[in-house]
Design a binder for this molecule. Structure first.
Ligand SMILES: NC(=O)c1ccc[n+]([C@@H]2O[C@H](COP(=O)([O-])OP(=O)(O)OC[C@H]3O[C@@H](n4cnc5c(N)ncnc54)[C@H](OP(=O)(O)O)[C@@H]3O)[C@@H](O)[C@H]2O)c1
Length: 236
């Protein structure tokens, strides 16, 4: 009798905020979660906090802006677990809230694009070969309502551009990977109470995290190249 493999997930920026709650929700669903953070001690502390009875988690350092760190993390995970099934590109920065596109702080623009779009892209490129080995993958890119076409407007220009780029990457990868067993979707959590939300809401991140489980465990004929908020689809 064949048994289904224990799925292995990587969550970027899982040491706090939404990422930590997504890691918890996936682990509670019986998935082994590699809890990653740019500071290795933060990864270890989060893995220790998340690793309750019956939950399978392990820490790994992963800075999405550092090519060597990304290469090292995905190579180690592939070697240790023999598979990688789920990638949640959650890590992001929002550091140009009070800027305008007309008078940008280009260093902040570069840092934002590097973390939020190039970083996620780098992780996809590192994860996809591992997923292809088993003809199975679920990639979830964490985006924002602020980058949907109907809401593109002033405020946090670099953040919006980075997430709009991530939306484009989601659709391009989904098309490239059609019929490979790898599904690529984006999710916008809506406002949740993390450092990134600057106190604008008291909705706990755990509320949004449960919706990630559905996308992480989509059936093989599930949707790809789509954008979701909670359990419903949104227009890009
Ligand atoms: N909160 C909201 O209302 C909201 C709304 C829409 C979308 N989102 C999205 O939700 C996701 C999670 O954000 P959050 O609200 O949980 O924010 P958060 O609490 O600020 O967490 C951001 C996470 O990203 C990590 N990170 C930043 N740069 C990194 C890098 N170079 N490499 C690896 N990790 C890095 C941070 O690690 P450090 O601890 O090392 O800084 C932290 O773990 C983001 O993609 C964000 O855009 C959030």
């Amino acid at each position: 009798m064949s048994t289904a493999p224990i799925r292995v997930a990587v969550v970027t920026g899982a040491n706090r905020g939404l990422g930590r709650e997504v890691a918890r929700a996936l682990a509670e669903h019986g998935i082994h979660v590699v809890v990653t953070a740019r500071d290795p001690r933060s990864a270890e502390a989060a893995a220790e906090e998340l690793g309750g009875p019956g939950l399978s988690v392990s820490p790994h350092q992963l800075d999405v802006t550092d090519p060597a760190s990304v290469a090292r993390a995905f190579a180690t995970i592939g070697h240790e677990h023999g598979r990688l099934d789920i990638l949640v590109n959650n890590a992001a920065v929002a550091i140009d809230r009070h800027r305008t596109a007309a008078v940008p702080d280009i260093e902040r623009v570069s840092a934002t694009l590097d973390a939020n779009i190039t970083g996620a892209w780098r992780c996809c490129a590192a994860a996809i070969p591992e997923m292809q080995r088993h003809h199975y993958g679920r990639i979830i890119n964490v985006t924002s309502h602020m980058a949907t076409t109907s809401r593109l407007a002033q405020g946090s220009p670099a953040y919006r551009v980075s997430k709009a780029g991530l939306n484009a990457l989601t659709q391009i990868l989904a098309d490239e990977l059609r019929d490979t067993g790898i599904l690529v979707n984006a999710i916008t959590p809506g406002l949740v109470d993390t450092r990134l939300a600057y106190g604008k809401t008291d909705r706990p991140p755990a509320d949004a995290a449960t919706n990630f489980v559905r996308l992480a465990t989509l059936p093989d004929d599930g949707p790809t190249g789509r954008l979701y908020h909670n359990d419903h689809e949104l227009d890009w």
